[in-house]
Write a protein that binds this ligand. Structure first.
Ligand code: FE2
Length: 324
């Protein structure tokens, strides 16, 4: 087993993300990839990149267990299958997550349990809640867009459901600009204090006869900070090779990257949320003075210098680099 170094733990605290390369089992990646391709839209062929295009309206489906819509192809129905759970809840990933969150504190996923998407979206047209699922989030593919890159805007968000630590794992090569997960380094420290409770975003119920007020309530201070972060922080794109993962803090600003890759490529990833067993109690409290209070001792204690070389390996923009 490999352990995260003090430098890696410090980097995660400061910037809210940590890339680990070749962290997933190769054979499992291949099997999960095969599983995904078994759910491909009829017009998208694995051996013909020319067919890797946005899904047309006639082929679209908003089934929350298998979404086919535009550039999004998301297989959630498989999210509690053994291969997916073994891939993301592997002894190595659990070891790292326990360094971050505390040994023996993680809530394990349930093989054969209810997949994310079984309950449908939070409101008509709204997102599916990842907390309503007992496995990984699913296999998320982003097809290449036909939109010109200059027309595509980056827009960050933070997730509205309670969890502790996200992880996105690439199950195949993902080139730069190929739809890799994008993160805004350091934004977790700015967003964390701005919510009434430390893990949730407040929600308002949906009523069909009053459709204009629904979904998540964003505090005005949060919306202002989103604009500021987008203006002053260049995002990091987590492209990479099969098996590369990125850990990210639950309040980190992020987005699913646009896929403008040419030659055409499909971003194929599995997403998982690590949660602690006492999340139900922790989510009752407002943000703590020390935002790492609920986290593991190894993470809390980490206070190492960060080398310029390590920051570069993490693709941290130079303007954001603080060595110690
Ligand atoms: Fe998100």
């Amino acid at each position: 087993m490999e352990y995260l170094t003090s430098e890696e733990l410090t980097f995660f605290k400061r910037y809210g993300y940590l890339i680990k390369r070749r962290a997933l089992d190769e054979g499992l990646c291949e099997r999960v990839l095969d599983r995904m391709w078994g759910s491909a839209p009829a017009s998208v062929h694995r051996d013909d990149p020319e067919t890797w295009r946005p899904i047309g309206v006639e082929e679209s489906s908003d089934d929350s267990l298998l979404l086919h819509q535009g550039t999004r192809w998301q297989l959630r129905g498989a999210s509690t299958e053994a291969d997916l759970i073994d891939l993301m809840y592997s002894p190595q990933l659990v070891c790292w997550a326990e360094q971050l969150l505390g040994v023996g504190t993680l809530r394990p996923p349930v093989k054969g349990g209810k997949p994310m998407g079984s309950w449908g979206p939070a409101w008509p047209g709204g997102p599916v809640d990842p907390q309503l699922g007992e496995g990984v989030r699913g296999i998320y593919a982003t097809l290449p867009t036909e939109e010109p890159a200059q027309r595509l805007q980056d827009r960050l968000h933070t997730d509205g459901h309670p969890f502790h630590l996200g992880v996105v794992g690439l199950i195949d090569h993902c080139p730069e600009h190929g739809g890799g997960f994008k993160v805004w380094p350091g934004s977790h420290r700015r967003f964390y204090p701005l919510f009434p409770t430390q893990y949730d975003q407040a929600r308002i119920p949906f009523y069909p006869h009053m459709p204009s007020f629904k979904g998540l309530i964003h505090p005005p201070e949060y919306l202002e900070e989103v604009d500021k972060v987008e203006a002053d922080t260049p995002p990091v794109e987590c492209f990479g090779e099969r098996g590369d993962i990125v850990f990210w803090h639950h309040r980190l600003g992020h987005m699913a990257g646009h896929n403008t890759a040419r030659p055409r490529a499909i971003r194929q990833a599995v997403l998982y949320d690590f949660c602690k067993t006492d999340l139900d109690q922790m989510r009752l409290t407002p943000p703590h003075e020390d935002m790492w209070q609920d986290w593991g001792e190894a993470l809390q204690a980490a206070q190492a210098p960060i080398s310029a070389q390590f920051a570069a390996e993490q693709r941290l923009p130079l303007a954001l680099f603080e060595g110690s």
